[in-house]
Design a binder for this molecule. Structure first.
Ligand code: ATP
Length: 435
């Protein structure tokens, strides 16, 4: 019986060593050129393309009525090819059309006719047949793998904390709420409180998961659901976390260069990820140094002012690629951030920037519950709402530090994408919740 599901090879596996052998390939028709007695087909699968030669009345008739992008299984003999870019081709014996596509399709997945991102997102699965688009998601997958390897090698263990939570983790703003049986529940905006608690027993933890922000932001860098790489570690200070995050990002850049050079070429037109990170250490500026640099550029800010997009863009011009901004004013930071011992107006905190784009935010955490209570009150929050969290601080809480890395934003920088929607499969924003 002929098996219409299992292929013998992926497209990229066909080579001269297989000449004369019977093979089968499953994929979709990217191109078809009928020249009368025979037709040239380009079949694509996730690994690449195969040129196939179709002959015979029945096969040619079937092909005539089969739209491009339909799914086929072809089998036949491998032979040498004269075609440019194809050392071998497949002389088709059996052509099976397994699933016909409609015509016309909503977008052209070959990329020859370009569509705007919104139109592409409406037909995202089809959009992924464009090899350039699929390549971004292969890089994403590999980058996640490298991050996990890098953190495991530093003794972090991977954890999963709940995304349905019963109380606001970092204050009430920006939370999605929904009825939960007889209670009200929220979607987690970060694993902040859980990961801090976990350091008292598990020492070093990381979590890669989706987080939710009910922000009414219409930008190319904000989504309502995004993936964060969160890390938290006992007995480490914030500069140790900066070292770790620098190493993780370097591992990702070098790892992608090493493991994925051909797909990198598709995405960035270069076999290497273009960041300065493999060459030198990332610049570490203090917030106050940033104010000085901005003042020299004619932008006068007072201590305590937040840095606007425009200010960050200016700093990004001076410091190309990644740079840290550390020691922010304490009042700009959440209640759990530790003050500097030598100046309580400053915090042990940092952001990692790529130009204007904030990629990571982190710091040393307060581990003295009386200080956390005082900070909550200072920020207008009620410590009673945090009692579940604060009780863990009475069980012996080690000093600890950590950070959250916006994984989608990191992928923007690594793939030179200007819009976060380019690197997220099914982005969620204020307007879009389907598909
Ligand atoms: P921003 O100021 O850019 O809105 P944030 O200060 O709210 O970010 P954090 O709460 O510190 O961000 O979250 C940690 C990281 O998660 C950020 O540095 C960023 O990379 C990422 N991140 C935060 N919010 C979003 C979002 N809405 N969409 C995509 N990524 C986000």
């Amino acid at each position: 019986m002929v098996d219409h599901i299992h292929r013998s090879h992926f497209a990229s596996q066909l080579n001269e060593t297989l000449v004369g052998q019977n093979v089968s390939i499953g994929g979709w028709i990217e191109d078809a050129r009928d020249i009368g007695k025979l037709a040239f087909l380009i079949i694509r699968d996730i690994t690449g393309t195969v040129q196939a030669i179709v002959t015979g009345h029945d096969n040619l008739q079937l092909l005539k009525s089969t739209p491009r992008q339909s799914i086929v299984m072809i089998s036949g003999f491998v032979q040498n090819s004269k075609a440019k870019g194809f050392p071998v081709e497949l002389k088709v014996e059996v052509l099976n059309v397994l699933s016909r596509s409609t015509h016309p399709l909503p977008i052209d997945p070959t990329g020859r006719v370009e569509s705007a991102i919104d139109k592409r997102l409406d037909s995202r699965a089809l959009d992924l047949r464009n090899p350039k688009v699929a390549a971004i998601f292969s890089l994403r997958s590999e980058a996640l793998q490298i991050i996990k390897e890098s953190l495991h090698s530093k003794r972090f263990i991977e954890v999963n904390t709940p995304k349905i939570i019963g109380s606001a983790s970092e204050g009430g703003a920006n939370l999605f709420s929904f009825p939960y049986f007889k209670k009200k529940a929220y979607l987690a905006q970060s694993p902040q409180l859980y990961k801090e608690q976990l350091t008292l027993a598990l020492d070093r933890v990381f979590e890669i998961g989706p987080y939710f922000r009910a922000e009414n932001s219409h930008t190319v860098r904000h989504l309502t659901e995004f993936i964060s790489v969160d890390i938290e570690a006992a007995f480490l200070d914030y500069e140790d976390i900066m070292d770790i995050i620098e190493e993780v990002i370097r591992d990702v850049a070098l790892g992608l260069n090493e493991r994925c050079s051909s797909i990198l070429q598709l995405v960035t037109d270069s076999k290497k990820i273009v960041t300065s990170i493999h060459k030198s250490r990332i610049d570490r500026l203090t917030y106050e140094q940033c104010l000085e640099e901005l003042a020299r550029e004619g932008e006068k800010l007072e201590f305590g002012d937040d840095l606007s997009d425009a200010s960050l863009r200016k700093l990004g011009e001076i410091h190309q690629g990644f740079y840290f901004i550390m020691d922010w004013p304490l009042k700009l930071k959440p209640f759990y951030i530790h003050e500097r011992e030598d100046n309580s107006k400053l915090s042990k905190s940092f952001d990692l920037q790529y130009g204007y784009l904030e990629i990571v935010s982190g710091g040393r955490r307060q581990h003295d519950s009386s200080k956390i209570r005082a900070r909550l009150i200072e920020q207008g929050l009620d410590p009673a709402n945090f009692s579940e969290h604060l009780k863990a601080f009475d069980w012996g809480m080690p000093p600890h530090s950590g950070c959250g890395l916006g994984f989608d934003r990191l992928m923007m920088t690594l793939t030179n994408s200007q819009n976060i929607r380019d690197v997220v499969l099914y982005p969620r924003d204020t307007d879009r919740i389907i598909p």
